[in-house]
Design a protein around this ligand. Structure first.
Ligand code: FAD
Length: 311
């Protein structure tokens, strides 16, 4: 039987590493499971991060994550690059099974499994991430000053991204598969009123073209006629939704109507005592590295207080 840990953390993004740093410094010897194939979380899929405080020259996403990990390890956090594939969070002692079948036991669990962006499913989409293709206008809009760009999607997020991007871009074309938008009327009105925004309705991205490893154009396909046309753009923002990584917890933890873990905000407490959640797996509003790190800190402090109350 494995020892009973004070804290086990699931997830190796800014939320998980920050929770590890704080719980390690509180002498709780955290054990963190950081995935078998995606160690370091979402920021490892980008290049320059310019909005994480403390780096006036910007910082490479993977480097930032390696530094966060090293900082937590320095204080004794233990990291295992493996997935948790099964959990039983209902008892006083939480049971977490890794991919080798080993069951780990813990008094508290911090869930920081993040959320994935929904993708178009085109072959070179991932390859061009950070090289013209983006899922986050707040993160990357600044790199597209005076450029022509495309935003894909018809919901509130797509309208918000498109409107925000007009601060930088020369033109923004919103590409949407249907003839009407799903976004709220107020968001639609704002987008329609913006001179820089035009719309390609009943259209989808059929192909992403690159030149020298960077996005150079997209091919639009009319979904009604099948006709295609090239659009020369150097930015493609995909805003077709998010998929919080909550599958593992369904049936045990409460989810909100959008599938994110529900917490007793402003705390990070879930519906089960001793189980806390932080970062993008909870947050469908801000979704930034700094907000994920901040809530990882909150989860660590909540777990620490929970443990103190047990003793
Ligand atoms: P994540 O970073 O998503 O990390 C979660 C980790 O948990 C992943 O590694 C995942 O594999 C792991 N995991 C999931 N399930 C399990 C399991 N069962 N077992 C073990 N591990 C598991 N934000 C900014 O502030 N600035 C930027 O410039 C910026 N640029 C971005 C660029 C890109 C391309 C992307 C995708 C995002 C960007 N973001 C940026 C957003 C930022 O990366 C996220 O908001 C942040 O990483 C969320 O942190 P997190 O810890 O909640 O989750």
């Amino acid at each position: 039987m494995s020892e009973i840990r004070e804290v086990v953390i699931i997830g190796s993004g800014p939320a998980g590493y920050t929770a590890a740093l704080y719980t390690a410094r509180a002498q709780l010897r955290p054990l963190l499971f950081g995935s078998s194939i995606f160690v370091g979380g979402s920021l490892t899929t980008t290049t320059e991060v310019e909005n994480f405080p403390g780096f006036p020259e910007g910082v490479d996403g993977p480097v930032l994550m390696e530094n966060m990990r090293a900082q937590a390890e320095k204080f004794g956090a233990e990291m295992i690059d493996d997935d948790i594939v099964e959990v039983d969070l209902t008892g006083d002692i939480k049971l977490l099974t890794d991919s080798s079948g080993t069951v780990h036991r813990a008094k508290t669990v911090i869930i920081a499994t993040g959320s994935g962006y929904r993708k178009l499913g085109l072959p070179n989409e991932d390859e061009l991430s950070g090289r013209g293709v983006s899922w986050c206008a707040t993160c990357d809009g600044f790199f597209f000053r005076d450029r022509d760009i495309v935003v894909v999607g018809g919901g509130d997020t797509a309208m918000e991204e498109a409107t925000f991007l007009t601060r930088f871009a020369r033109s923004v074309t919103v590409v949407h598969r249907r003839s009407t938008l799903r976004a709220s009327q107020v968001m639609q009105n704002r987008a329609f009123a913006d001179d820089k925004i035009s719309f390609a309705f009943d259209s989808e991205i059929a192909e992403i073209k690159d030149q020298d490893g960077r996005l150079a154009a997209v091919v639009l396909r009319d979904v009604l006629t099948g006709a295609t046309r090239d659009l020369d753009v150097t930015g493609l923002f995909i805003a077709i939704g998010h998929a919080p990584r909550t599958e593992l917890f369904k049936g045990q933890l409460d989810l909100d109507e959008q599938g994110y873990l529900a917490v007793d905000a402003p705390s990070t407490r879930t519906n089960l005592p001793g189980v806390f959640a932080a970062g993008d797996v909870v947050d469908h509003t801000y979704r930034q590295a700094i907000t994920a790190a901040a809530s990882g800190c909150q989860a660590a402090l909540d777990a620490e207080r929970h443990l103190a109350a047990l003793n």
